[in-house]
Ligand binder design. Structure first.
Ligand SMILES: Cc1cc2nc3c(=O)[nH]c(=O)nc-3n(C[C@H](O)[C@H](O)[C@H](O)COP(=O)(O)O)c2cc1C
Ligand code: SF4
Length: 463
């Protein structure tokens, strides 16, 4: 029996007759949670968000309530800003755009509540440059919400003012990193800032306290206000509360986006019960569970995790790839991460050298160039992988690749360093024989089963 989706954020998305117009949103109870929030005190809403256990849906999974708690409205002499991170550039991730394209008012309502809770009067939605239609939809939704007094001066009959502006990026992945985003919003080159001292909550936009949250995170706020933090915390599993929008791509019969309670299903259930199994009845080879920067998980590997028994006690367990529950803590315990919710499935016909080479091209292109290990290292990794892929590998390339990656991770200004090193570190170690075969000039080890031809990874660049 397939596990049922729990559609909280995507409740109305893709429902027949549901549109982006404010009248439709109001018909479905829209902006009621804002009105309820406005009867509460801001700190009480922050307290509810803390109780809810909501963790950020943008990548790091940081506690939303704790992040908000860093801002003390009473101590601030400067204005506080809210930024919605709608850059969504992590390969394999395509959930935020669904919300923006299909339910923009849900995001605006969540943002208006977040503004009120944190004494913010000016907020921005930083949207990825390629989402041209998304930006237009948001502009229209903001105009509609202003016309109905849910945004602008004196929202919903109160004396509280909230303005939200859409700011379009120019299509750079690094603009998704919160401090790079802030630099870009200030009109500068998006060089991430060094932390400390430039934590957004302290020295953010215009050197003022700033909250940066992901689209899905902010949508959750209205649901927390609606049901209360304690009820929200009952969804999902302890420390991994609420629902999560999962984006599945790659070698499954039915890719797409789905919403489940966090940890309610395993990787195997997602692939087999929800996505119709591996394409063409082939075998599972590997899964990247949290966007392309997450470490790859290999079929056949065993992972030691902590699991809660029905009596509440914790036991140590060893499980396989398909038995991993999709929650933040378990995926971290496997050495990978839940990241952005982008789950990339690879079957037995995938050549891991080609796959990693494809990922490396992306990261080499997107490095902002500020730190030497990342700027130079990402390019070296791309070049080494390119020559391995095209039959020009050197015998010591496998060790060299690993060495370059090890010298990037942990040695850079922002977490892009890890984002480009982790795929290399994990692919090269877990699929060592495939990389060594190429390095020694023995070509691909790709299994050919039932006469199937290898499924080639599309080429995006030549060197
Ligand atoms: C290289 C890099 C790219 C990122 N891209 C995104 C992105 O596209 N969208 C996003 O919400 N967060 C992205 N993040 C995470 C943000 O820096 C930040 O942690 C997040 O927006 C905070 O929101 P949350 O707490 O609601 O998850 C990225 C981080 C890094 C290091
Ligand atoms: S790690 Fe890479 S992307 Fe981040 S600041 Fe350094 S060079 Fe730029």
């Amino acid at each position: 029996m397939p596990i049922a989706e729990k559609r909280l954020i995507s409740e109305h998305i893709d429902q027949p007759g549901y549109t982006v117009d404010i009248d439709c949103y109001l018909k479905y109870g829209g902006y009621r949670d804002l009105q309820k929030a406005l009867t509460m005190k801001g700190p009480d809403i922050v307290a509810e968000v803390k109780v809810s256990g909501l963790r950020g849906r943008g990548g790091a999974g940081f506690s939303c309530g704790m992040k908000w708690g860093f801002i003390d409205p009473k101590k601030n002499t400067k204005p506080v800003y809210l930024i919605c991170n709608a850059d969504e550039s992590e390969p394999g991730t395509f959930k935020d755009r669904q919300i923006i394209y299909k339910d923009p008012h849900q995001l605006l309502e969540g943002m208006a509540i977040a503004c009120y809770a944190n004494n913010v009067h000016l907020a921005y939605i930083y949207i990825r440059g390629e989402f041209v239609l998304g930006a237009k939809i948001l502009e229209k939704a903001i105009a509609e919400a202003k016309a109905r007094r849910f945004l602008g001066k004196g929202i919903a009959g109160t004396k509280y003012d909230v303005e939200i502006y859409v700011h379009r990026g120019a299509g750079a992945y690094i603009c998704g990193e919160e401090t790079g985003l802030i630099e870009s919003l200030e009109g500068k080159r998006p060089y991430p800032r060094i932390k400390p001292p430039y934590f957004p909550a302290v020295l953010g936009l215009y050197m003022s306290p700033t909250i940066v949250n992901n689209v899905e995170t902010l949508c959750n706020i209205k649901h927390i206000v609606a049901m209360g933090g304690a009820a929200f915390a009952k969804l999902g599993t302890p420390n991994n509360t609420g629902t999560r929008m999962l984006c599945v791509s790659g070698d499954v019969e039915k890719p797409g986006y789905f919403e489940f309670e966090v940890g309610a299903l395993t990787i195997g259930q997602l692939i087999n019960d929800v996505c119709g199994g591996i394409k063409g009845g082939r075998q599972l080879k590997a899964v990247i569970p949290g966007g392309s920067s997450a470490k790859v998980l290999k079929a056949g590997e065993r992972y030691k995790i902590k699991s809660k028994k029905p009596d509440g006690t914790i036991e140590d367990k060893e499980i396989g790839l398909e038995d991993i529950p999709l929650d933040f803590d378990t995926l971290a315990a496997t050495g990978s991460m839940a990241g952005s919710g982008g789950i990339i499935v690879m079957d037995e016909t995938r050549d891991m050298v080609e796959c990693l080479s494809n990922i490396a091209v992306f990261y080499a292109h997107e490095s902002c160039g500020q730190c030497t290990p990342c700027r130079e290292g990402s390019l070296w990794m791309k070049k080494i992988l390119h020559r391995l892929e095209h039959g020009r590998g050197h015998p010591d390339d496998v060790g060299l690749l690993k060495n370059v990656a090890d010298n990037i991770a942990g040695k850079t200004i922002c977490a892009f360093g890890e984002a480009c090193a982790w795929p290399v570190q994990s692919f090269v170690v877990k699929f060592k024989n495939e990389f060594e075969s190429r390095a020694l000039g023995n070509g691909s080890l790709l299994p050919k089963k039932n006469g199937l031809l290898p499924v080639a990874t599309p080429k995006t660049e030549t060197v």
